[in-house]
Design a binder for this molecule. Sequence first.
Ligand code: PRP
Length: 180
Amino acid sequence: MLEKDIQEILFTEEQLKKRVEEIARQIEADYAGREIMFIGILRGSFVFMADLCRAVDLPCTLDFMSVSSYGTGTTSSGQVQITKDLSEDITGRHVIVVEDILDSGNTLSYLLNILEHRHPASVRLCALLDKPDRRVKPVKLHYSGFSIPDAFVVGYGLDYAEKYRSLPYIGILKPEVYGG
Ligand code: PRP
């Protein structure tokens, strides 16, 4: 039913699963002997976060934050606001921020700066998708799933106007759906 709005599948379920496993192996190698605190940025990261944390064979805790940046449009506003803060203290913790997509960098540069000021032992960023051509603010991305062109992508947690998050693959939305 949602498929009719998809122009092209960018990453299949199998490709996503394989890449998540590869990132998990990298994280296991980097964090061996330590406990990880995964911080998922709602809402887009929830599917990736669920798959990634189950793929990483190390002790971990999970927490979530919610920030607003996009509204329902297709471009980042640069205005970032915390709408739900963490439940846990991150002091002395090894934090991995988990995101679905790194786009302009507005959201993550703001967020990483805030987290650094809370004195974690370390903070790294893991984003499934990266749109480097769209970057406005520089952000260090330690774990990147796929670099993608500037297309409007949905599925595997990513939405357009809150829909399509439940698609098991990542696809490019037909421009007529968002009036492009
Ligand atoms: C997306 C994504 C990042 C942000 C990245 O979230 O999850 O938080 O946009 O964009 P930027 O690099 O241009 O700042 P969105 O605001 O779409 O909210 P959602 O996760 O609830 O879909």
